[in-house]
Design a protein around this ligand. Structure first.
Ligand SMILES: [Zn+2]
Length: 188
C-alpha cells in the first residue's frame, strides 16, 4: 500500500471499529470468518482469511478503538507503529508515472496482518497530515461508534453519517414539530 493513502486507510480503520458489538447494541458485525472475508473484500484487502484471523481482527478492532478513545499524539504514534509490524519491504511504486513510497506485507501475512498494517498507516498518516484531534467518538446521542475524520474542514461529527446523522436530523425534526404543536397554555 502507498504510504500517502492514509484517507483510504483511516476509512478502513473507522469501518473496522464500527463493526464492534458495542456499536450495534451487542450484535457483532464481524460474527464469523465469512463476514471477515466479506469485510476484507469490500475494502480491497487481498490476503486470504484463516480461522485464527477472526479473533486476531477482533483484538485489532479493540486496539484501534482504544487508540481513537485516547487520541494523545505520542501514544497514537507508539500504538500505530506497533500495528505496522507486518511490513516486509519499503519501496517505491513507479507504476502510475510518479513515484510513491509504498510498503508491502512480509511473506505469509494474513488478513489480520493486512488490516493491522492498514490501520497503523492510516492513523500515522492522519496524525502527520491532519492531527491527533481527528480521532473522535460519534456525537449522536446513544451511539457508541467512533471515527477518524479525514474531511478537509475536519468537522465530521458522526461515525456513520448516513445513519447517525440522519437519526439526529429525524430526532431534531420531531423535537421541532413537537414544540411547534404544543398549545401555548400547556407550557409551564
Ligand atoms: Zn454514530
Amino acid at each position: 500500500m502507498a504510504l500517502d493513502a492514509y484517507v483510504w486507510a483511516a476509512g478502513v480503520a473507522t469501518d473496522l471499529v464500527n463493526t464492534a458489538p458495542e456499536v450495534w447494541h451487542g450484535e457483532d458485525h464481524l460474527p464469523d470468518q465469512a463476514s471477515l472475508a466479506a469485510f476484507a473484500e469490500l475494502h480491497s484487502i487481498p490476503s486470504a482469511t484463516r480461522p485464527s484471523d477472526l479473533l486476531a481482527v477482533r483484538l485489532l478492532r479493540t486496539t484501534v478503538r482504544d487508540l481513537i478513545d485516547h487520541p494523545d499524539q505520542a501514544s497514537l504514534v507508539t500504538g500505530a507503529t506497533a500495528l505496522t509490524s507486518a511490513i516486509g519491504d519499503v519501496t517505491l511504486d513507479v507504476s502510475s508515472g510518479h513515484a510513491r513510497w509504498t510498503v508491502s506485507l512480509r511473506p505469509g501475512a494474513t488478513v489480520s496482518d493486512s488490516l493491522s498494517l492498514v490501520c497503523g498507516v492510516g492513523i500515522l498518516g492522519v496524525v502527520r497530515a491532519l492531527g491527533a484531534e481527528r480521532l473522535r467518538v460519534c456525537s449522536a446521542a446513544g451511539c457508541r461508534g467512533a471515527f477518524i475524520d479525514t474531511t478537509r474542514p475536519g468537522r465530521r461529527r458522526y461515525c456513520m453519517p448516513g445513519l447517525c446523522g440522519n437519526r439526529v436530523n429525524v430526532a431534531n425534526h420531531r423535537a421541532r414539530r413537537a414544540t411547534a404543536y404544543t398549545p401555548q397554555g400547556n407550557q409551564a
